[in-house]
Design a protein around this ligand. Sequence first.
Ligand code: C2E
Ligand code: MG
Ligand code: MG
Ligand code: MG
Length: 291
Amino acid sequence: AKRAGGNSLRFYQDVESSIQVRDRLLVETDLRRALLQDEITVYYQPKIDCCTTGIVGVEALARWKHPTNGLLTPADFIDVAEETGLILPLGETVLRLACQQGRIWFDEGCGIPLAVNVSVRELEQPNFTARVLKVIEETGFPADQLELEVTETVAMADPEGLQNTIHPLREAGVRFAIDDFGTGYSSLAYLQRLPFDTFKIDRSFISGLGVEDSNRLIVQTILAMAQSLNFDVVAEGVETLEQHSILREIGCATAQGYLFGAPMAADMFAIWRAGFSCTFCMPGSCVTEPV
Ligand code: C2E
Ligand code: MG
Ligand code: MG
Ligand code: MG
């Protein structure tokens, strides 16, 4: 009976993983179709100056307008896209749409710096730089207003190689950010050699601000480190006034999160932006240097 139990457990695991395999195949086929039928769209989330709460930039985030399943977020499709290589056409689609929209905002006189997420898999393509430069040229988005966000991962193993690959982009003024900073295992020596400009502190540290003192210390340490390595800092996932006020107290320059604005379609973003005012700002409560 014991042996039978073991076998049936394995049986259920096999069934489960074959369901996963089947689901993944379905997503892959569906995503291929979606890319051809323009179902991929871009949402925009504001980046806020912690002191003034003015808008200092916007991050482009992929969405999938699925004909039957509604609006899907990256959690539903990014893994499959990465595994199948579909992240390459997907990434290019998002970059192109975001730069087109970004260009429109510049033409309308309300230009704003734009950040676009890029997966390591894209970054490793030999023609990555050429493709990004082509999109910049074709859309006419100002290269020095573009930042590419790459999730911190051990996969970025070769800073010097990376430096060579992206050199022409950096020459053109494109900036690079480490996304979800603090979730990887980067050493200081490694970070220093990365040709990047910005740390985006992962939401997991921000959500604990005001709850556990250790989180405040961690964020302060990241701020101090960023300052000595000459990186800019963005706090991700700010949801409460308390988190915002602690960030301001400890000198974090920039923040993003539902407290200020969730990701929105371009037209909603324009409406939101027109009505957004400095409701959170308490004059005199800011420090500009990390303490
Ligand atoms: P990310 O780049 O770190 O983006 C931040 C994510 O946190 C977004 O989720 C955003 O909607 C969410 N977020 C923002 N503020 C808050 C908050 O206050 N609270 C909470 N709980 N969440 C908040 P989203 O849009 O689902 O994207 C998830 C991840 O998928 C992104 O994380 C990014 O790594 C990846 N991603 C999104 N678009 C693209 C893309 O075009 N290309 C690639 N390669 N990756 C993408
Ligand atoms: Mg990001
Ligand atoms: Mg990320
Ligand atoms: Mg992040």
